[in-house]
Design a protein around this ligand. Structure first.
Ligand code: AGP
Length: 611
């Protein structure tokens, strides 16, 4: 995600900001910028690409002030470019923003009507305009920021400077992290602790709705109502590497725990509860075209392919549209049958996977309409597809995909609802029932994460095993495949994922008392549950060790299995998201106990840009 640094003091601010941003580089970004105030004059410098490009521009004409704000941007609204880079400036105001402004289009329209012109494609720029407007009434900057955020719907970590109030920096947040750094004669603000550690270890974590005014004499923190907040600072003793990982030992662990937040970001702004519809930016398939669709082809590799397999369940059941899920590298070389009534969807975290990109091109060349479901704005697939749907998981650094998978599942669920509504197979009321379940997913993931100690104990019992078998039926089959992939990627233990029904057609021969068998056994769908219980009996009869992923309160399976990993109960299309959590944690803890490099497993690359 984006990084923020702000400073008020007596040191030259430009190099200090660049250094702070450098310490947030691990988060990933595609452009950077800073704004410096000197004697009531604002200078803004921005550059696409790495911080080096910004540093070169700054060195050519160094801004000399000691008050300023800086930002590294990971694109969400608008491609990576100098114009879309932060800070955004308007009328003597400069802002940096992390988060998403859901009502930016409506706000821009109102501001345009008052004569405002916008210079970027971002949602964030609207803040600079709102603050500038609010300052016109002669308000002090903190009040103007309050007035601006009161008009906004969405999430933000927002830091503002203004020529009108040149000795302070104002920061506020809503559902985005923000931390204040305290020191003698100077004050700091940042989106993350690593940016501050060089200067201070005394920090205050801001809460939602709070507003901080930073000056050389200290920081005034107030709550939503404007009342002073006295929160004692915390002394941080993390090393900078620990701080980068937010206190987690590995990025993968951090990313597994980020899933509730990531899924909330995927849903944000897309669920139109009152209309019973899904809002997808740039969507250009009419109801008539949607009804004429004859096939949906999902193209992907690896983890993204597994999310496609689960997506097939969603789209076929909600939109009654036949779905084919294709390994992208196979599709491309098969002389596939593609028609103009097909919608081809490339699913990819990176948006750069060569196999998937080439398959997308092939589908487009052969006449299909194309959609890219990606996590990286501006990536090749988002540039080439007719439409794009961002998963909004934030940068994924661990090579093993985790939050990318769950957010892809949520995206495909939204796509299924959208198509179901357009094709007339889902009423507004029906869509609302699915929304209720989807909006509950962040909470369900949190509950699943709470059972980590249970998973850790199982990892301890089996981390020396040579092989694992994963079984799932129906929508749990892709989860079994994903669980096995996760384990082999980072623990280097041989693991196979199978549909439960396939067991007696071969894999049953593998079962002996040394084989751990992970069985996905949520209660929904009921028919799959009954059959998977049968699989458990078969494994036990041959001495295999059953690790069952079960719904909380399933006493029957608790008795039957050797170990259980409990997850909260959910519906059949949500259960794959929830049941994935213990499997990610199991792979993580097994790999950790084996002393492997969890974030950078051998022979693997995060983005496979060659065939
Ligand atoms: C998953 O843990 C792997 N890193 C890998 O299977 C990955 O999902 C695959 O290479 C596809 O990548 P993409 O989603 O970036 O296209």
């Amino acid at each position: 995600m984006c990084g923020i640094v702000g400073y008020v003091g007596d040191k030259p601010v430009a190099p200090l900001l660049i250094d702070g941003l450098r310490r947030l580089e691990y988060r990933g970004y595609d452009s950077a910028g800073l704004a410096v105030l000197e004697g009531g004059t604002l200078t803004v410098v921005r550059a696409t690409g790495k911080l080096k490009a910004l540093a070169v521009k700054v060195e050519a004409e160094p801004p000399r002030g000691t008050v300023g704000i800086g930002h590294t941007r990971w694109a969400t609204h608008g491609r990576p470019s100098d114009d879309n880079a932060h800070p955004h400036r308007y009328g003597g105001v400069a802002v940096v923003h992390n988060g998403i402004i859901e009502n930016h289009l409506a706000l821009k329209a109102q501001l345009r009507a008052k004569g405002h012109a916008f210079s970027s494609e971002t949602d964030s720029e609207v803040f600079a305009h709102l603050v500038a407007e609010a300052l016109q009434g002669g308000r002090p900057l903190p009040d103007a920021v309050r007035a601006a955020v009161a008009q906004v719907k969405g999430t933000y970590a927002l830091v503002v400077v203004a020529e009108q109030d040149p000795d302070c920096v104002v920061a506020t947040r809503e559902s985005q992290p923000m931390v204040l750094g305290l020191a003698q004669g100077e004050s700091f603000v940042a989106s993350d602790v690593p940016a501050l550690l060089e200067h201070t270890r005394d920090v205050v974590f801001m809460e939602d709705g709070e507003l901080a005014v930073l000056s050389r004499t200290g920081i005034l923190l107030t709550d939503r109502a404007g009342k002073k907040v006295d929160r004692p600072p915390r002394r941080i003793d993390w090393t900078s590497t620990m701080a980068e990982k937010g206190g987690h030992k590995h990025f993968m662990h951090k990313e597994i725990h980020e899933q509730p937040r990531a899924v909330a970001d995927t849903l944000r702004g897309r669920v139109l509860l009152s209309e019973g519809d899904v809002h997808l930016e740039g969507w250009n398939i009419s109801a008539d075209e949607a009804r004429k669709l004859t096939k949906l082809t999902l193209l992907a590799c690896g983890t993204s392919y597994h999310s496609g397999l689960a997506g097939k369940w969603m789209v076929e059941s909600l939109a009654k549209l036949p779905v084919e899920v294709e390994l992208a590298h196979e599709f491309r070389y098969r002389d596939p049958i593609v028609e103009s009534t097909h919608l081809a969807v490339a699913i990819s975290q990176s948006g750069e996977t060569a196999d998937t990109l080439f398959a997308l091109r092939e589908a487009k060349k052969r006449g299909a309409k194309t959609l890219a479901v990606c996590n990286v704005v501006g990536s090749a697939m988002t540039r080439e597809a007719d439409m794009t749907m961002m998963t909004n998981a934030g940068p994924e650094i661990g090579v093993a995909s985790t939050k990318a998978f769950t957010t892809q599942l949520v995206s495909l669920y939204l796509l299924a609802i959208k198509l179901g509504r357009l094709r007339g197979h889902l009423t507004a009321e029906g869509a609302r029932t699915h929304f209720e379940q989807l909006l509950h997913v962040p909470k369900l993931l949190e509950l699943a994460l709470e059972n980590e100690p249970q998973v850790k104990a199982v990892a301890k019992a089996f981390h020396t095993a040579h092989d694992f078998l994963y079984l799932g039926r129906g929508p749990m089959h892709p989860v079994a495949l994903e669980g096995a992939l996760k384990l082999k990627e980072i623990s280097y233990i041989h693991a196979e994922g199978y549909a439960g029904g396939e067991m007696k057609h071969g894999p049953i021969a593998l079962i002996d008392e040394k084989l751990p068998v992970v069985v996905l056994a949520p209660r929904e769908p009921q028919v799959a549950y009954e059959k998977i219980v049968g699989n458990i009996e078969e494994v036990r009869a041959r001495g295999g060790k059953v690790i069952a992923v079960v719904e909380q309160g399933d006493h029957h399976l608790r008795e039957l299995a050797d170990h259980v990993l409990e997850v909260p109960a959910s519906s059949k299309l949500i259960a794959p998201m929830v049941a994935t959590v213990p499997l990610q944690l199991l792979a993580y803890h097994v790999a950790e106990l084996r002393g492997n490099d969890v974030d950078q497993p051998r022979n693997l690359a995060k983005s496979v840009t060659v065939e």
